[in-house]
Write a protein that binds this ligand. Sequence first.
Ligand code: FES
Length: 66
Amino acid sequence: MLVCQCNGITEKEIVNVIKKKGATRLEQIQELTGAGTSCGRCIPVIEDLLDQHRNKTENPQLKIDF
Ligand code: FES
């Protein structure tokens, strides 16, 4: 499913960044994928994906909470 229409970023790409790179914050998703950096309409969806997947990261060493 396409989450960020402005930048063509899919749900799968965002979940991959959360799980494989240990992204825990919106800013990290924006930096790593570009999603949510244009109109911002997709930001609530990205935040939902973060809430759903952030505790299931496959690489806990990269998980940094501020
Ligand atoms: S839809 Fe993601 S920034 Fe516009």
